[in-house]
Structure formats: structure tokens, C-alpha cells
Design a protein around this ligand. Structure first.
Ligand code: PMP
Ligand code: GLU
Length: 401
């Protein structure tokens, strides 16, 4: 992406989203007639459930086509409050809910709302690509806690304690995690909450967008611990659970001060998100999780399929992710090897580009998720595509010498 002296420092200092970049490169290659399998972007390969689409059609017919209230329609915020109570046993009031243009905007709103220049934001690596860049936009400073495959990509309370300084303002993480699929148990979250109890200046941004794609346990939120709940900001949305990535619908649940601040920020930037998406979101939440559970069954089957195929590739090391729909295998054994034109694979981005150009499979290098020794594969694709993609990856990696 280009930088220029007449662009702001803010934008010149910002990196392009690697997930979206690799997806764009994949699409460009496909437009040239190449049969590309995309495992780069993380989005369900299912269609939005019929009853949700019907609700959107009805909303149009009923002329829900004007500006909505900035934080979202009260009925949608009430449906979110009800969901948080029935599914997560968490008490919120609608004044604590702000609906936005996807969880991405919710995250960005919260960071801009809380972070002053120089404030430290603790982010366990690997993390979702946009976290650190949103901190760049807010002129904060990311402080990374590194985790590896051998500890299932989980931080310990001791690591957290060691990372906190008087400048720490925010800790942000996702469970289930993008890109590793790691899921924190209730006991593990309780141990982290104990550390936060000692540091009342630290807020906790808990990204729960993959809550329904969890293969090990029921979802646990760090907001369940009353001693810190007021400092937890839950992020969630409709993209993953209801296959609604294009509808742009996400939200926060937070204390009233943070919610009001997000409302104010959004009122000066985007206003309320799409009225039709919001009406459909009400029906999605009111009608329950049947469609989500069907998707989850497919993801569980594909997880096993990809696990077996990845373990069969020499030089690739993987764990069995506990949630979300990604694998984050270790691939550093290929660094230093040469492709057929004599180019050396130096890092995970080189490997992802090689897999795209030679194997015709789009993945994303781990460097933009905070660990260069890995690549990310999304298994939100059909079983046939996954089998073919893993065959191509194995063949392409086998050609590196
Ligand atoms: N958080 C995580 C961890 C994600 O993977 C994504 C990508 N979908 C988002 C937030 C943003 O989701 P959306 O803006 O589509 O609601
Ligand atoms: N969250 C998805 C991903 O990680 C969507 C792409 C994006 O917004 O980064 O691939």
C-alpha cells in the first residue's frame, strides 16, 4: 500500500490488513482464470439463514429505511440484552449496548474511546491482525505477550502480571481466538481476573465473536467475574454466528460511561449502522441458534479433516484448535528453502505468497498475527475444497528445496 508525504502520519503509519490483502490477491489471480482456493478470509461459507433474510425483506417493505438511533434500535439492543442473559448469564441494561458497523468498528470505537497517545495496550500474540493497527491509529503502544503452539497459545497469569505497567490502559484478546482457535476455560479466565483485580486502571476488551464455534466447552466470558465486570468490554456480532459478514452488524456491552462515549464517537463518524441489517439482527437473536448449531457441526467435521491432512505434511506442526475456524500451523522449517525460480522463502509472508502463486491456495502469513513462524488457514470452506487445498499445499511445500 502506498504512503505519501501529503497523507497523514496516522495513515502512513498504518499497515494494510493482511487478511484482506491476501483475499484480494487471491481474487485477482482467480480473475485471470486460475482456480484459486481461498482459505485466507475468515468467513463462514454458508448463506445467511432464510428467516434472517426474510426479516430483511420485510424491513424493506415496511420502510425501515431511515436513520436509526446512533447506538441501534432499542428492540435490537433489548434482544442483545436478552441474549447476554439467557446465553451468558450476564446482566446488562440497553444503555450499556452500542450497535456498530460490524465488530470491527466496535473494537475500533472502544480503542479510540479509551486510549490516549502513549497508553499501553497488552495484546497476547497471536492476535487478530487489526488489533495492533487499531492501537496504531489511536497512537497507543502495543505490548505483546507471546504464546506458542506448545502451550496451546495461552498466556499465564504470571505473564500477564509481568506485562502490566502503570501505563497499561487496556488488555485485549479473543476467546475463541482468531487465528489459533484457542479457548480459555472458566478457571483460566478466573486466574486472569485475579490479576486484573490488583490493577484497577486496566480495562479488558473481550472479543467473543466466535463464541458459538467452540468444540470443547460452553462459552465462558471474562465479564462473569463481578470484581472486574465494570471494566470488561464485550465485543460480539452477527458475522460469524449467523453467516452475516456482509451485513455489518456488531456491538459492545460495556459500562454506561464507555457505552455513552462510543455512542458519541459513532454519532460524529458513522451514525447508526444499516437499518435493514438491524431489523434482521433482531429476528436472528429472537429465533435462536438452530442454524448456528448446524454450521458448528460442519466446522467440527472439517476441523478433524484438516487436522489429519495437515499432520500428514512433512515440516508442518499443528495442534487441534479448540474453537473458531482456523488452523495456525508452525511452518518455520521451510524458511531458507528455495522455490523453483531460486527465490528463498525468508518468512511466513513469502510462504503464503508462494502457496498462492504455486499451489493456488490463499492463506495468510503469521507475521501480521504477531508470530512469523506460522501461517493461518481458514477451514470455513467445503470439504472438497479443503481436501484439494491441502493436497495442493502438500505438493507445493514438497517442491521447496
Ligand atoms: N474480531 C475477530 C477476532 C474477528 O476475527 C473479526 C473478523 N470477522 C472481527 C472481530 C470483526 O468482525 P465483523 O466486523 O465482521 O463483525
Ligand atoms: N475476521 C476475518 C479474518 O480474520 C475477516 C477479515 C478481516 O476483516 O480481517 O479473516
Amino acid at each position: 500500500m502506498s504512503t505519501s508525504s501529503y497523507l497523514s502520519d496516522r495513515i502512513n503509519n498504518l499497515s494494510e490488513s493482511a487478511t484482506l490483502k491476501m483475499t484480494k490477491l487471491g481474487r485477482e489471480l482467480a480473475a485471470k482464470g486460475v482456480n484459486v482456493i481461498s482459505l485466507s478470509v475468515g468467513e463462514p461459507d454458508f448463506n445467511t439463514p432464510e428467516h434472517v433474510k426474510d426479516a430483511a425483506k420485510k424491513a424493506l417493505d415496511e420502510n425501515w429505511t431511515r436513520y436509526s438511533p446512533v447506538p441501534g434500535y432499542p428492540e435490537l439492543r433489548q434482544a442483545i440484552v436478552n441474549k447476554l442473559k439467557t446465553e451468558n448469564n450476564l446482566d446488562y441494561d440497553i444503555s450499556q449496548i452500542v450497535v456498530s458497523t460490524g465488530a470491527k468498528q466496535s473494537l475500533s470505537n472502544v480503542i479510540l474511546t479509551l486510549i490516549n497517545p502513549g497508553d499501553e495496550v497488552i495484546i497476547p500474540t497471536p492476535y487478530w491482525v487489526s488489533y495492533s493497527e487499531m492501537v496504531v491509529l489511536a497512537e497507543g503502544k502495543s505490548v505483546f505477550i507471546s504464546t506458542e503452539i506448545d502451550n496451546n497459545f495461552k498466556i499465564t497469569p504470571a505473564q500477564l502480571e509481568a506485562a502490566i505497567t502503570p501505563k497499561t490502559k487496556l488488555f485485549m484478546f479473543s476467546s475463541p481466538n482468531n487465528p489459533t482457535g484457542t479457548v480459555y476455560s472458566k478457571d483460566e479466565l478466573a486466574a486472569l481476573a485475579k490479576v486484573f483485580e490488583k490493577h484497577p486502571q486496566v480495562f479488558i476488551l473481550s472479543d467473543e465473536i466466535y463464541e458459538h464455534i467452540n468444540f470443547v466447552d460452553k462459552h465462558e466470558s471474562i465479564a462473569q467475574f463481578d470484581s472486574i465486570k465494570d471494566r470488561v468490554i464485550i465485543i460480539n456480532g452477527f458475522s460469524k454466528a449467523f453467516a452475516m459478514t456482509g451485513w455489518r452488524l456488531g456491538y459492545i456491552a460495556a459500562n454506561k460511561t464507555i457505552a455513552a462515549a462510543n455512542d458519541k464517537l459513532q454519532g460524529q463518524t458513522t451514525s447508526g449502522t444499516c437499518s435493514i441489517s438491524q431489523r434482521a439482527g433482531i429476528v436472528a437473536y429472537e429465533q435462536g441458534l438452530e442454524s448456528v448449531n448446524k454450521m458448528k457441526e460442519a466446522f467440527a467435521r472439517r476441523r478433524q479433516l484438516v487436522y489429519d491432512l495437515l499432520r500428514d505434511i512433512p515440516g508442518v506442526r499443528t495442534n487441534l484448535p479448540e474453537g473458531a475456524f482456523y488452523f495456525f500451523p508452525e511452518i518455520s522449517s521451510f524458511f531458507g528453502k528455495k522455490d523453483q525460480d531460486g527465490n528463498i522463502i525468508k518468512n511466513s509472508s513469502d510462504l503464503a505468497l508462494y502457496l498462492l502463486n504455486v499451489g493456488h491456495v490463499a492463506t495468510v502469513g503469521g507475521d501480521s498475527f504477531g508470530n512469523d513462524n506460522y501461517i493461518r488457514l481458514s477451514y470455513a470452506a467445503s470439504d472438497e475444497s479443503l481436501i484439494e487445498a491441502l493436497k495442493r499445499i502438500k505438493a507445493a511445500l514438497g517442491k521447496l528445496a
